[in-house]
Ligand binder design. Structure first.
Ligand SMILES: [Zn+2]
Length: 140
């Protein structure tokens, strides 16, 4: 089962409708971190022109915790998030590469474990850990 099917299954399990626009949105966001404008233009290529429909479907995916909204350097990006404990709607680590404008992910459980064991969090239930790392390519 590929990633995309996992998202569709999640919707099915919750008895939620997998409409064509929702399907298209999931396909576009798979392995991508996109701004609303980028989503809009990619959906336009597929014939989806209605902006409020895109907003509604995106909201729907956010509510279902299938998509996640990231705020990086003042820009909002959208991303898929599913049962990966190191990259889900609540917890994720991203690297914003400033020279190439790329966004990458770090899936390293020891980072989350380390943070959760910090003495400041000793008596607390951690609900989310969201980290953005800004970086530039090293000049050699
Ligand atoms: Zn991500």
């Amino acid at each position: 089962m590929n990633e995309k099917d996992k998202y569709f299954n999640k919707l099915r399990k919750k008895n939620l409708r997998i409409t064509e626009p929702r399907k298209a949105l999931i396909e576009i966001l798979e392995d991508n971190h996109l701004t609303f404008k980028e989503i809009q233009s990619k959906l336009l290529e597929r014939g989806y022109t209605n902006v409020s429909t895109i907003y509604n479907n995106l909201d729907f995916l956010l509510e279902q915790k299938i998509a996640v909204e990231l705020h990086i350097n003042g820009t909002k990006y959208y991303d898929l998030a599913i049962d990966n404990p190191m990259h889900n709607a609540d917890s994720h680590i991203h690297i914003a590469l400033k020279d190439t404008n790329q966004i990458k992910e770090i899936s390293n459980n020891s980072v989350f474990e380390y943070i959760k064991k910090l003495p400041e969090l000793e008596n607390l239930n951690v609900e989310y850990i969201k980290i953005t790392i800004g970086a530039r390519t090293k000049k050699v």
